[in-house]
Design a protein around this ligand. Structure first.
Ligand code: TXA
Ligand code: MG
Length: 322
């Protein structure tokens, strides 16, 4: 059920240049009016994020992308029809009016039409574009519940809307449609094979982004990290790795509780979609149990796990192991 009074309140906060914790189907966003440089500055300040990192502009309807982008290719429209509203962001050539604060002074802009009913209601009522990075401090785990957003920001934001736990659980797939070769800049639940299927045989080839550039902050290696040291281990080495640790100091995320282990354990789902939905809540919970180390059993290396494996690799970065 959507609370109309809260939608009106959220719209008023956005119009006044304030910040709203906004539920989306991927993760919660920290939302501000994308046409106000002052409002966007508040996002950067609250997140502690470098200001050359661009933010995604969220819109209610796909046709609105014409107000924000130019030179929109046939492929981009095909992807828009196939996956919007939903967990996909398209990078397109920016329209001249789009603020540098939104684009990070690049000639492109990231656009997304979320499917979450609360996000849609706010965007439709607001009418304009809403800049919304994930509602976490820079480099930390993204929030998938309203409570996560409150824990992260406390009173520093004006309003947090509660739209329940995010369905998808990891951030949108980002596809760069601004150049001749389409590129997946950030994997997500819209997978490369889904993209290729949607484009059909006449579609442009899809390449994966190899270089880590600050253009996508998720592509910085240490992104999405919990505070506790995190070790990703294969199913075969889980038991031996666990046996080598001090008991009581380890928290584990794996398919089955390791034999003889009585410490903090969360059950990992066998389905990639369910795993993604639960991942950030698991990381936050296990981060909070006071363990010295989090041991995570690596999921399969299959295509439907690309988004999950990408986030786990980044979360484990810096722990000295892969
Ligand atoms: O699922 C999502 O995309 C969530 C929800 C709230 O919509 N948002 C999100 O925003 O993940 P954020 O800011 O945490 O991640 C967006 C990524 C950033 O890494 C940013 O660098 C990249 O998108 N990005 C935005 N505009 C871009 C552009 N013009 N070129 C390249 N990358 C861009
Ligand atoms: Mg983020």
């Amino acid at each position: 059920m959507i609370d109309d009074a809260l939608i009106v309140q959220a719209t008023a906060v956005l119009k006044a240049g304030g910040l709203v914790g906004l539920p989306t189907e991927t993760v919660y966003g920290l939302a501000a009016d994308a046409s106000s440089a002052q409002a966007i500055a508040k996002i950067y300040a609250a997140k502690g994020r470098p200001s050359d990192h661009p933010v995604i502009v969220h819109l209610a309807h796909a046709e609105q992308i014409k107000d924000w982008a130019i030179d929109i290719s046939e492929e981009a429209w095909t992807l828009a029809r196939a996956f919007w509203p939903g967990p996909m962001t398209l990078i397109l050539k920016r329209a001249p009016h789009v603020l540098d604060a939104v684009t990070g002074r690049q000639d492109t802009v990231g656009l997304r039409i979320p499917s979450h009913p609360v996000a849609h209601a706010v965007l439709a009522a607001f009418g304009g574009g809403v800049a919304a990075p994930s509602a976490n401090k820079f480099g930390r785990v993204s929030p998938t519940t309203a409570q996560h957003v409150r824990e992260e920001f406390g009173d520093a934001i004006d309003l947090v809307l509660d739209g329940g736990a995010s369905e998808v659980g990891i951030e949108s797939t980002i596809i760069d449609c601004s150049t001749a070769v389409l590129r997946v800049l950030r994997p997500g639940m819209v997978t490369e094979s889904m993209i290729a299927n949607a484009l059909g045989q006449n579609g442009k080839p899809v390449a994966e982004q190899k270089a880590a550039t600050p253009r996508v902050s998720g592509s910085l290696d240490a992104h999405y990290a919990p505070c506790t040291r995190l070790l990703l281990v294969t199913p075969e080495t889980l038991a031996a790795t666990l046996a080598a640790q001090q008991p009581g100091c380890v928290a584990v995320l794996s398919h089955a509780r390791p034999a003889g282990f009585s410490g903090e354990w969360r059950q990992a789902a066998t389905d990639a979609r369910v795993y993604a939905r639960e991942l950030y809540a698991h990381l936050r919970e296990l981060d909070g149990v006071g363990a010295d180390m989090m041991l995570i059993e690596a999921p399969p290396q299959r295509a439907e796990w690309d988004g999950v494996n990408d986030r786990l690799r980044r979360a484990a970065y810096g722990s000295g192991e892969t």
